[in-house]
Design a protein around this ligand. Structure first.
Ligand SMILES: [Zn+2]
Length: 137
């Protein structure tokens, strides 16, 4: 059995992953979406040097429509980045490129809950492709 005390951080992550698992896959949610790549760059707060950059092609059959990414701050409580709304909006308009920035609104650490926000930044670039409507000849 687990002897570790539950922490606010762990509880939050657990709840969030349950929400993600319960959501539809991207393929189910957005039938016209045929390809999606994401380019994510993380910045620590107050810093202009990138922490890390990840670029990958999303597996639409497996990725969930609750489209969230963990905050790279391994002390962060209650934060992370949720791009679900941005993605849904872009797909609704069949937008092929979307860039933006979200700031983590979690707490910087468990001892700073209610005092210091995390404020890490995620810059994202999404590239999407859609099923073509048959063009009339
Ligand atoms: Zn954070």
């Amino acid at each position: 059995m687990y002897s570790e005390r539950p922490s606010p951080r762990k509880e939050y992550r657990q709840k969030e992953s349950q929400r993600v698992n319960a959501s539809a896959t991207l393929a189910e949610q957005f039938r016209e979406l045929t390809a999606l790549t994401v380019d994510l760059t993380y910045f620590s707060r107050g810093s202009f040097t990138r922490n890390s950059e990840i670029k990958y092609t999303v597996n639409l059959a497996h990725a969930k429509s609750l489209f969230r990414f963990n905050c790279p701050n391994d002390q962060c409580v209650g934060g992370d980045f949720d791009l679900s709304a941005e993605l849904a909006k872009a797909v609704g308009k069949h937008q092929t490129n979307l860039t933006g920035e979200v700031i983590c609104q979690g707490w910087r650490s468990q001892t700073e809950i209610g005092q210091e926000r995390c404020l890490n930044t995620l810059r994202f670039k999404l590239s999407a492709a859609y099923a073509q409507q048959e063009a009339p000849a």
